[in-house]
Ligand binder design. Structure first.
Ligand code: NAP
Length: 383
């Protein structure tokens, strides 16, 4: 396999660090040519020293200024526009999209527009702008290889299969930390409790999204745009053990699943080496070890974010954009103690209800609508 030049966007986060771990284990296969993050200058600086990478980016301009002072010999790109320029300047073979939230969208679009394959973890771009993102990839011939474990599972199950033969996708959900908690107790859960995910160690935003099941709703969008299925063809199944990463049923009732221990380095590595596989030194799954595998329906009354995501997806137009902007604001408010856990879906629903229905097409229109929803939710008073 020829060496792949990799630009890692979101390198200081959970996915970013695990991607660097995967890259460092196979230096003959991967060359990290660029690193970018938001504002964590210390962490990015350490990574730049460890990898000798001198093409660096910071999403927040003041952070980029500090990084320039520390690395006068490096090329430092600043702000969302800077990260777009960085994609062009680095000319990588593969961009890893591991920025959290909507802010990852412009650089991912820039990569796809330039015909560069993207290993994608960042969910919000496909939720808010799935049509634009996939149209851009189709136009240039660039491939989107999912990193998210559920998406990677279906991507792998569909290898050599025809999408026309898909009957439904069974999207597994761990259920999050509150799966067993009585609904009436959700109002008093703290950010610390919500951040204690039972199976996955992830960034703060995606961990809260997992607790509300908004994350599972986002993955329905990802399935829709990456595999061409309708929203109604995606069934969410709660599977607490996170061993079966998702399943696809074909027209002949055959079901294929992808199974393994919950370790994000496996789907990350697969996204980096696809279409090939290479060994990885992690403990493999032992089926007779004896953990029973369980499956259940999600409780959409208790976790309305899943219903709201489906409704926004079915409505189309700008509703998915409002969903992402509203969710990002509501999660931030919950994390800083301004609102309760149960106010997250309530505020998202109010933003969706308040949206005037004007459909955005271009990136700037999508960004403006996302910002509108974010501001709307931030300024709401609780009823
Ligand atoms: N973690 C998982 O297991 C997992 C699984 C599936 C999908 N995902 C998705 O992957 C994405 C990343 O998740 P994560 O858990 O790695 O998140 P995370 O730990 O919060 O990391 C987020 C990364 O994005 C950077 N960032 C934030 N805002 C930015 C901006 N405006 N410009 C440039 N960089 C910015 C952060 O930089 P700073 O450190 O400087 O803030 C950090 O490097 C999310 O969309 C998530 O939904 C994650």
């Amino acid at each position: 396999m020829p060496e792949k030049r990799i630009l890692l966007l979101g390198s200081t986060g959970s996915i970013g660090r695990q991607t660097l771990d995967v890259i460092s284990r196979a230096p003959e296969l991967f060359d990290g040519v660029g690193l970018a993050a938001g504002s964590n200058v210390e962490a990015l600086g350490e990574q730049a020293l460890a990898t000798q990478c001198r093409c660096l980016g910071m999403g927040f301009a003041p952070a980029a200024e500090r990084l320039r002072e520390e690395f006068p010999d490096a090329e430092v790109f600043a702000g969302a526009e800077g990260l777009v320029e960085m994609v062009e300047a680095c000319r990588p073979d593969l961009v890893v999209g591991a920025i959290s939230g909507f802010s990852g969208l412009p650089s991912i679009l820039a990569a796809l527009e330039a015909g560069i394959n993207v290993a994608l973890a960042n969910k919000e771009p496909l939720v808010a702008a799935g049509e634009l993102v996939t149209r851009t990839a189709d136009a240039s011939g660039a491939e989107i290889i999912p990193i998210d474990s559920e998406l990677s599972a279906i991507f792998q199950c569909l290898k050599g299969e025809s999408r026309a033969d898909i009957k439904r996708i069974m999207l597994t959900a761990s259920g999050g930390p509150f799966a067993q908690l009585p609904a009436e107790e959700l109002a008093s859960v703290t950010p610390e409790q919500a951040l204690a995910h039972p199976t996955w160690r992830m960034g703060r935003k995606v961990t809260i999204d997992s607790a509300t099941l908004a994350n599972k709703g986002f993955e329905i969008f990802e399935m829709r745009w990456l595999f061409g299925v309708s929203f109604s063809q995606v069934q969410v199944v709660v599977h607490h053990q996170s061993i079966i990463h998702s399943l696809v049923e074909f027209c002949d009732t055959s079901i294929l699943a992808q199974i393994g221990r919950p370790d994000m380095r496996v789907p990350i590595q697969y996204a980096l080496t696809h279409p090939q596989r290479i060994p990885i030194s992690i403990e493999a799954l032992d089926l007779v070890e004896g953990r029973p595998l369980t499956f259940a329906e999600p409780d959409v009354e208790k976790f309305p974010c899943l219903r709201l995501a489906r409704e926004a997806g079915e409505a189309g137009g700008g509703y998915p954009v409002v969903l992402t902007g509203a969710d990002e604001a509501a999660v931030e408010l919950f994390l800083n103690g301004s609102i309760r856990f149960v106010d997250i879906p309530a505020r998202i629903e109010r933003a969706l209800d308040a949206y005037d229905g004007t459909a955005p097409n271009r990136l700037d229109e999508i960004r403006n609508l996302n910002d509108w929803a974010y501001e709307y939710v931030t300024e709401l008073d609780d009823e």
